[in-house]
Design a protein around this ligand. Structure first.
Ligand code: 4D8
Length: 224
């Protein structure tokens, strides 16, 4: 990567983003009409707290795995030491998921693509984290308002991940601060949930989710 030109570097990051996005922008546009019906929303809202947390942990982990794949394809990332790679993924993968959420967010009706259809924040009611979900939706709105191109989303995601030095004033850099506090809120909510349902977390949550968010023991985590 030291011999790479900036254009080449950017093109490579954009390609990595494209190759590791589950859905392409055009596909998302085409899916916009798929909105959960009232009965379906009610079914999610009637789930127990632990059932809904488990579902979200699985969906979130799926999205995280695509971000890990994205990171691995950023020029130079794999040349970092294993511990550095892990540290960057630990702090940045959830942040990039939240950035990516803006691609799957419809500002017209405040819905996000989740579990196959577009869902409003009320669908997540049974998580019992209304403040966190509201903050996540607000963040998606604020990113969408910047009207970023796919290239800009890709470069911003790489920036968030490699934790580049923060400037002041520029609106995207301010978003990094917002991401930090959203992710801190996620961890706080998880601690609360784990006290109520330790066994759900222990035996039913995806191992990667636990490694990233529950047990900050870096050792067994494999970037492969
Ligand atoms: O492309 O992978 O299909 C959110 C999760 C997005 C969390 C996912 C989620 C995404 C955060 C599920 C639960 C963002 C896409 C779908 C699943 C990111 C909330 C909504 C991906 C973009 C939209 C569409 C709850 C995918 C914030 C927090 C997590 C808990 C465990 C409580």
């Amino acid at each position: 990567p030291t011999s790479m030109h900036i254009e080449e570097l950017c093109a490579s990051i954009v390609r990595s983003h494209r190759e590791t996005s589950q859905y392409h922008v055009e596909e998302v546009q085409a899916l916009r009409w798929k909105i959960f019906r009232r009965e379906e929303i009610h079914a999610y809202q009637s789930k127990s707290v632990d059932e809904m947390w488990q579902l979200c942990a699985v969906r979130l982990t799926d999205a995280v795995q695509y971000v890990v794949e994205f990171a691995k394809r950023i020029p130079g990332f794999r040349q970092l030491g294993q511990n550095d790679q892990i540290a960057l993924l630990k702090s940045g993968s959830m942040e990039v998921v939240l950035v990516r959420m803006s691609r799957m967010f419809n500002t017209e009706n405040s819905t996000v693509f989740f579990d196959g259809k577009f869902a409003g924040s009320e669908l997540f009611k049974s998580l019992a984290c209304g403040d966190f979900i509201a903050a996540v939706f607000d963040f998606a709105h604020s990113i969408c308002a910047l009207r970023l191109t796919e290239q800009q989303v890709a470069l911003f995601s790489a920036l968030v991940l490699i934790n580049a030095e923060r400037g002041r004033g520029a609106s995207l850099y301010q978003k990094i601060t917002a991401l930090k506090s959203l992710c801190a809120l996620h961890i706080e909510k998880l601690r609360w949930f784990r006290q109520l349902y330790p066994l759900t977390v222990h035996s039913l949550f995806p191992p990667l989710y636990k490694e990233l968010f529950v047990n900050p023991s870096v050792d067994e985590y494999e970037v492969q």
